[in-house]
Design a protein around this ligand. Structure first.
Ligand code: 3HC
Length: 311
């Protein structure tokens, strides 16, 4: 019987039918979606911290307003994604408790420090640039609530990327010191941005199953290659040098060949030993504890409303 249900389920996936919360689904499908969507949501929430560091230090009111809007968007993306995860029968509190206990991952990229204003440009250009390349296919993934959340998120991400690139263009057209600051940021964010796409396909434990279930539409390496191909001309336009001596256009492949990624660094960061992992988690735990009184007030008010309604 279960075999029959699994077969019917796979036929729906293969036919491009969206799976909705009330539909029957293999337990593994539900579990891998809770894993990926919750970690995606954690990434959005933690991702506010590196950028938040520069809201009070932005060089002009215009840049401050743009950065405020972007960080606010990231918070919204996180809440949107926690809601998508909740359709799979998990509670937001449980997911957040997993994050705070160091049991859930979030994108490795947010464990790096933002040392200068140019980092804010590099994050918009490279981190949101990578996020867009990864998230566009997710708009067509098999799980309805996740796909629909991604459509809204991707619209806002394109603004995030453009403002980052615009910021770097201003620096590259500025003084030599400003251009050097932009080059320094590219040097530090280039390789971690490529690691965002996950391990190489050969080392990707979830890819085969996620591909069969229509969750992953393109492999980690395919999307990483797309990011490199798209970004090299943009760096050239800025007059910046990508920190990879092996980067070279390969006419035969129609893609850029590029150097080896330091996978020790990647696995070290996702194990919790990146430059900022402890600081990021401590900040999130502190924020959650500081907000306890507010959540209690909201619940007390809701209970009173409910009691009044029942009376
Ligand atoms: N950071 C942290 N962990 C990562 C990672 C990264 N960059 N890349 C892979 N991993 C983890 C995976 O979660 C998995 O561990 P798990 O089984 O405990 O979850 C392990 O490494 C092996 O990787 P796989 O390739 O087998 O895992 P996936 O099939 O899940 O692929 C992924 C990884 C491509 C990141 C996929 O999970 C995905 O597409 N997630 C949704 C997109 C996402 O999370 N993006 C975050 C970008 S940042 C962001 O969105 C904010 C932006 O708006 C600024």
């Amino acid at each position: 019987e279960l075999e029959g249900q699994e077969r019917v389920f796979q036929e729906r996936i293969d036919a491009g039918v969206k799976i909705e919360p009330k539909d029957w689904m293999p337990e593994g499908y539900r579990k891998t979606l809770v894993r990926q969507i919750s970690q995606h949501a954690h990434s959005e929430i933690v991702g506010q911290l590196p950028e938040g560091n520069w809201i009070t230090r932005a060089p002009t009111l215009k840049r401050k307003a743009i950065l405020l809007a972007k960080v606010q968007d990231e918070a919204g993306h996180g809440l949107y994604l926690y809601s998508a995860a909740e359709t799979l029968g998990v509670s937001r509190d449980a997911l957040i408790a997993q994050l705070h206990a160091g049991k859930a991952k979030y994108s490795s990229i947010f464990n790096y420090p933002t040392l200068t204003w140019a980092d804010i440009g590099a994050i918009g250009w490279l981190v949101d640039g990578s996020a867009i390349i990864n998230q566009i296919p997710l708009c067509r993934c098999s799980y309805g609530p996740y796909a629909r959340a991604m459509v809204r998120v991707c619209k806002e991400e394109s603004f995030h990327q453009r403002q980052g690139y615009d910021l770097l263009l201003a620096l590259c057209n500025g003084t030599p010191e400003q251009k050097a600051m932009a080059q320094d940021a590219l040097n530090r964010w280039w390789w971690p941005a490529l690691m965002m796409f996950g391990p190489s396909d050969a080392d990707s434990v979830n890819s085969a199953q996620s591909t069969q279930w229509g969750i992953k539409l393109f492999s980690n390496d395919a999307l990483r290659q797309k990011m490199v191909d798209q970004t090299v001309p943009q760096a050239e336009y800025l007059g910046l040098t990508i920190p990879d001596p092996d980067l070279k256009w390969n006419e035969e492949r129609g893609h850029y060949d590029f150097g080896a990624i330091d996978w020790d660094e990647f696995f070290n960061v996702i194990k919790g030993n990146g430059p900022c992992n402890r600081e990021r988690l401590a900040t999130r735990v502190q924020a959650y504890e500081d907000g306890e009184w507010f959540r209690e007030g909201l619940n007390a008010h809701a209970d009173k409303q409910a009691a009044r309604g029942a009376a």
